[in-house]
Design a protein around this ligand. Structure first.
Ligand code: NCD
Length: 334
């Protein structure tokens, strides 16, 4: 007997704070729901499956894409969205309220069904999940994790290359402080089969050993500081910016030096394999030239739209136990 959608939904009622522990079936499930969300978006339908579900979206760090994407995803599904884009300035955090009290306030004041959180502390989502009854979704935790970004990245890889296995993936830039690269490396290593990873960074910006130790033993990876040595071979080049805000004041000179060391130019991008893609979580600073945008391999703007579908899928799966097999095609936007 075919397994029903309800049985496949392992996300219901759970926090989503890390990619660790996800199974291939979970990824398949979320990708299927994201496909369905894309269908809803393509036909400009509304689907109010989250009607009367309060979703506070509280960000302690700057954001354009992730913040708007969560707001848009929850709104498209009919939720009551409570956006707080600058918690340090506009919440009682400015009056000295503790993080745990803030989380309780956010939950109780809105009667939250899920809380979306971005915070500079690595353990923020875990701490919030401990004090909140409602599931917590990690929208970026310090230098450690950005699990929804990794989902949308992998979804974009699947969409562009038709597979998430047997790929050569170069993660380029600030691997030390960047969180997107950590979550994507983990996901590509644990979910995909036979992926070969290339960690391309300046010496000073390599993945911390502590992170490398979390990767599965059998994962194949190479560390290098030379992008040109791998660019012709790989299926995916995933660029990232040097994380200026993670450098101390005294280190700003170092930032200036490191941030220009690995730059993808239009000419370099043209040497890539015909069937390969260029990704970037964005925002970009110095590492990705604007000229690359015209290269048909560039998919970074598509990543953002996929982020909307993935976050719709995730919000739905966390808050609705038994999703309808298909979105009901009832109301149309006029
Ligand atoms: C990233 C982040 O916040 O980690 N942005 C994003 O969410 N798309 C990448 C970055 O800030 O460099």
């Amino acid at each position: 007997m075919p397994k029903s959608l309800e049985q496949d939904n392992s996300f219901y009622g759970k926090d989503f704070i890390t990619v660790n522990g996800l199974k291939r079936a979970d990824i398949d499930y979320i990708f299927r729901r994201a496909d369905l969300m894309k269908g809803i978006d393509d036909t400009k339908q509304t689907w109010d499956v989250l009607k009367n579900h309060a979703v506070p979206i509280i960000f302690f760090e700057p954001s354009t894409r992730t913040f708007l994407s969560f707001c848009a995803a929850a709104t498209r599904l009919g939720a009551n969205v409570h956006p707080m884009p600058d918690m340090p300035a506009f919440s009682s955090v400015a009056k000295g309220e503790s993080f745990t009290d803030t989380i309780k306030a956010v939950e109780n004041a809105t009667s939250a069904r899920a809380i979306v959180l971005r915070h500079h502390d690595e353990d923020s989502s875990k701490t919030a999940a401990r004090v909140a009854e409602a599931p917590v979704i990690n929208g970026g935790s310090g230098q450690a994790e950005h699990p929804t970004q990794a989902l949308l990245d992998l979804y974009t890889i699947q969409e562009s290359l038709g597979r998430i296995d047997g790929l050569k993936i170069a993660l380029v830039g600030d691997l030390k402080y960047g969180r997107t690269v950590k979550s994507l490396a983990s996901l590509a290593a644990t979910i995909g089969e036979n992926n070969q990873l290339f960690f391309v960074s300046a010496e000073q910006l390599r993945f911390p050993q502590k992170f490398l130790d979390t990767l599965p033993d059998d994962v194949q990876y190479e560390e290098t500081s030379n992008l040109e040595s791998v660019i012709r071979d790989v299926d995916v080049v995933y660029m990232t910016r040097t994380q200026k805000e993670r450098f101390s004041l005294e280190e700003q000179d170092l930032y200036e030096t490191l941030s220009t060391q690995l730059t993808l130019t239009r000419e370099m991008a043209e040497t890539m394999q015909f069937q390969s893609i260029i990704m970037h979580p964005l925002p970009r600073t110095r590492e990705l030239r604007y000229g690359v945008d015209e290269n048909p391999r560039a998919v970074y703007f598509k990543q953002m739209t996929n982020g909307l579908y993935i976050r719709m899928a995730l919000l739905e799966s966390i808050m609705i136990e038994q999703p309808r097999k298909e979105a009901r095609r009832r109301t149309k936007n006029k």
